[in-house]
Every structure is written in structure tokens, then in C-alpha cells.
Ligand binder design. Structure first.
Ligand code: 9MR
Length: 476
């Protein structure tokens, strides 16, 4: 599941291409007597989203459905951002106001606004102690666990294929010393509630990146940061499906940007997950605020697996902390110094994969990937395949990596035998034949051709138990 590419966002032209486009647009604009700014505004490097995409990343904003009718708001949104997070509309109280009765109206409006304009969507959030509807607040124990898992399943299924990354679980750790879990009705259903939520999300939408999201996890030395780090490390070691960690990064004088922020980003990334800055806002003004924004962007660009940044609102007046003027546009929609700092940091930054991820200050042995993995034999002329399995009591998701040998492939087929009782229910990026016993997966139209030594991935989901699978690969 995990890789460093940014799926499905508006990729701008290369800089050279953008320049050519600029020249021709400029000429056309001048010929038409139009203002030059009209011609330049859509070019790579001149907006946050386009510039981030040049770095292989996204730049997003939290969006409120009730502001989509404000044209000053949507003008900035549509021009500047290539990712959107619904600020409140996907939360539990919004999507399941009565138990079993789902309402996706407002979230769908945001998703449709974003996707129709080529922006990607981050889902926020499936399981959280806060913003629970009344019926859920009043539940506990096994009934709550079942209701929570049903919620995760229903919402992730509704948005399957439309949401690039989900904040599956939000804010499950307590503040302060000790690194304990936060007490909540969900936590009281059992310490494994977080991994249960992740497994349900994976089963419902196998292609979405699954993130754990929290605040006060920016400073590497804080107990809460270390506790989340240990949980992610444990999940990776045990094959619990997790693909990313979201750092909310709400900064102000009480919770300032820490000088070791880059260490935090790179340390999480070294566990084999993407890192996303999910709710960035920085209270302040002028140069001081601009410098902090610049530092945050530079830190993300320095970590190859920091795949994108979302600011928590568009104009200062849209912010949950409006009085702290923490965003990139003022209340009139003007670009602030912080905006200029972010854009120039993005434009001056390194490419999509700028560095190998440096180890954090607490180097750990890199945990093995999701268990169990068969190691492909040394590549000959054909192809090899390896399977990563995420299994739970009643089902599994398999991710299969196909690697071409020294001749490359123009097509491939992976064969394997499922244990008795296991059945394939769904597959992606492949053409599957058979659902039980001996099954075969051939390339889809888009991924048959693999260059020598390169890889592609496909996946399938099943019911029953599959604790290990041994694939064989045939190239054509
Ligand atoms: O910005 C959101 C605000 O409109 C809501 O009233 C609030 C309710 O809890 O949630 C805010 O967003 C929060 C996010 O969902 C989780 N991290 C903290 C954010 C700011 O409170």
C-alpha cells in the first residue's frame, strides 16, 4: 500500500513545460489585451497546489460545506489547493446522526466539488471520542464496538475510491506525561479498538491510505509523540494495516513549532509510513508567522515520505481560531506574508524524493513489513511475486508485488493456492480468475509492462483465513 507517490492529483506540467505554456498564454493574453495576471495564475509554481505537486506532494485545505456558496472562498480554494479535507462533514455526528441512518449530503457536496476540479480528498474522521452523535455517546462495551466498526465500514465503503487517505482514528492518546491512551467510551471497549478500526477501514476501502491523526505529537521528545510512535511501530510489526501518520500541527504560543519537528517527521517515516501534516495553522502575523510556516514546509520537503500539507481553513476568518489569524489569507482573501513564504519554500524546495529518510534519534531496527512476506528469488528473465497479508479472524487483504526480471515484462500472471475455506471477494489492479483453491491474477491493461527490475502492485481481498500464501509469477 505504501509508496511515496501522490495519487490522483492535478500534476502540473514540468517547469520547462509550464514556461512554454506561460509564454504562449502570455502572448495570447497580450494579443487579447487581457491582464497578464490572468495568464500566469494557472501556471505551475504560482499556486500552492501546483507548486506542491511539482515536489510530488499535495497542498490542501479544510473546507466547510456551508462556505461553498461564498464565491470569494471558492475562488481561493479552486485556484490554490489540490486537496480538500471536510472540516466537520465526515465526522460521526454528521454522517450517522441516528444509529444506522447515514447522511452523506454535506460531505458529498465537498467531495463532488473537489473531485470535479481534480482535487484529492482526505477523509476526516472515522473513529473519534469527540463529535459523536448522542446515541453513540450513550453506548458502551460490545454494542459500541460493533456500532463503531459498522460506522467505519459504512462510511469508508460509501467513499471507497473517492478518498485518497482516511484519518481512521483521531486523537486517541492523552495529553501530558506518561503517553497513556485517552480515556473514552471507545477506549473502554478494549485497547485493541484502534487496530480493529484500521482493519475495518482496510476491508472497506483497500486502496485508501489509512492514517492515525493526532495533535501535540509534533515535538519528538514529548511522551505523547513517543507513545504514538510506539503504537505505529507495533502496528507495522504485527501487520495491522496502517499507512500514514497525521500530525495536526496547530501551533501557537502554548504549543509552539518545535525545533525538532523534522526529526519527528523523519522518525515516523522511518517506520515505513507516510507522514502528512493534516491540520496546519500557526497563530501570529507578519514575518514571524511567515518564518514558522516556511520552516514547516521546508521540514516536510526534507522528508521524502512527508507527502503533503493541509491548512485548517482558507482565510483567517474561516479558522476555528480566527482571533489568532493563523492562516495564509486574511479575512478579505488577500495573500499574507505567510502565503508568500509557503509558496517560495515550495518553489525553492527539493524534488519529490529529496533525501533518504534520516534515522530518528531513537534508531530502531526497521520492522519487517506486514507479515508474512515471501522474499522473491533473485530475478532471472521472468518475474517474481511476493505477498503481504493483513489477516483478521474472518478475512484478509493481500497486497502482491510483482517484480520484473532482467528482460522486463509485457504481461504477467501470478498463481497461488488459497487455503480451504478462503474465498476471493474483490481484487484491484488485476484481472482475477477463480475465487477459491488455485487462483490466478493477470495484469490489468495498465500494468502489464514492467521495466527490468521494476515492480508493480495489485491486491485482493477475501473471506476466511489465509495465514500465508506462496505465489508464482509467469511473465509474457
Ligand atoms: O475546525 C473544527 C471546528 O469547526 C469544530 O467545531 C471542532 C469540533 O470538535 O472541530 C474542529 O476541527 C478539529 C479537528 O476535527 C480535529 N483536530 C482539532 C480540530 C480543531 O479543533
Amino acid at each position: 500500500m505504501s509508496n511515496t507517490s501522490v495519487p490522483d492529483i492535478r500534476r502540473p506540467k514540468t517547469r520547462a513545460g509550464a514556461r512554454i505554456a506561460l509564454v504562449s498564454l502570455t502572448a495570447a493574453a497580450l494579443a487579447a489585451g487581457a491582464a497578464l495576471t490572468v495568464a500566469t495564475s494557472a501556471n505551475a509554481g504560482t499556486t500552492l497546489g501546483a507548486s506542491a505537486a511539482e515536489r510530488g506532494r499535495y497542498f490542501g485545505a479544510a473546507v466547510a460545506a456551508n462556505k461553498l456558496s461564498d464565491s470569494a472562498y471558492t475562488t481561493i480554494l479552486n485556484r490554490e489547493f489540490n486537496s480538500v479535507t471536510p472540516e466537520n462533514e465526515m465526522k460521526i455526528d454528521a454522517t450517522e446522526p441516528q444509529q444506522g441512518q447515514f447522511n452523506f449530503t454535506n460531505a458529498d457536496r465537498i467531495v463532488s466539488h473537489a473531485r470535479s476540479r481534480g482535487m484529492q480528498v482526505r477523509g476526516h474522521t472515522l473513529a473519534w471520542h469527540s463529535q459523536q452523535p448522542g446515541w453513540m455517546q450513550n453506548m458502551s462495551g460490545a454494542a459500541l464496538r460493533t456500532a463503531m466498526l459498522n460506522h467505519v465500514t459504512q462510511v469508508a465503503t460509501h467513499y471507497r475510491g473517492q478518498v485518497v487517505a482516511w484519518d481512521v482514528v483521531n486523537e486517541a492518546f492523552a495529553d501530558g506525561n506518561g503517553g497513556a491512551r485517552r480515556d473514552s467510551n471507545l477506549q473502554r471497549t478494549g485497547n485493541d479498538w484502534i487496530e480493529a478500526a484500521f482493519r475495518a477501514a482496510r476491508a472497506a476501502d483497500p486502496a485508501a491510505k489509512l492514517c492515525y491523526n493526532d495533535y501535540n505529537t509534533d515535538n519528538w521528545t514529548w511522551d505523547k509523540t513517543q507513545a504514538v510512535y510506539r503504537m505505529v511501530q507495533d502496528f507495522k510489526q504485527r501487520g495491522v494495516p496502517i499507512d500514514c501518520v497525521g500530525l495536526q500541527s496547530h501551533f501557537n504560543s502554548g504549543s509552539p513549532y518545535p525545533s525538532n519537528y523534522r526529526t519527528t517527521l523523519s522518525s515516523f517515516a522511518a517506520l515505513g509510513v507516510d507522514v502528512q501534516i493534516t491540520e496546519l495553522d500557526i497563530e501570529g502575523s507578519g514575518t514571524t508567522q511567515a518564518n514558522t510556516y516556511r520552516n514547516v514546509v521546508n521540514d516536510c520537503l526534507a522528508v521524502a515520505r512527508c507527502t503533503g500539507i493541509t491548512v485548517w481553513g482558507i482565510r483567517d476568518t474561516d479558522s476555528w481560531r480566527a482571533s489568532g489569524t493563523p492562516l495564509l489569507f486574511d479575512g478579505s482573501g488577500n495573500k499574507k506574508p505567510a502565503y508568500d513564504a509557503v509558496l517560495s519554500a515550495l518553489n525553492n524546495g527539493a524534488g519529490p524524493n529529496p533525501t533518504t529518510t534520516p534515522p530518528g534519534p531513537n534508531p530502531t531496527t526497521t520492522p519487517p513489513g506486514p507479515n508474512p512476506t515471501t522474499t522473491p528469488p533473485p530475478a532471472g528473465a521472468g518475474c517474481t511475486a511476493s505477498v503481504s497479508l493483513n489477516s483478521w479472524s474472518a478475512g484478509f487483504v493481500a497486497t502482491v508485488r510483482v517484480t520484473a526480471g532482467s528482460s522486463g515484462t509485457s504481461g504477467w500472471t501470478v498463481s497461488l493456492t488459497l487455503p480451504s475455506g478462503a474465498t476471493v471477494t474483490n481484487s484491484w489492479n488485476t484481472s482475477a480468475s477463480g475465487t477459491s483453491g488455485a487462483v490466478r491474477f493477470s495484469n490489468a491493461t495498465h500494468n502489464g509492462r514492467i521495466a527490468a527490475g521494476q515492480s508493480t502492485e495489485f491486491g485482493f481481498q477475501g473471506t476466511g483465513s489465509a495465514s500465508s500464501l506462496t505465489p508464482t509469477c509467469t511473465a509474457s
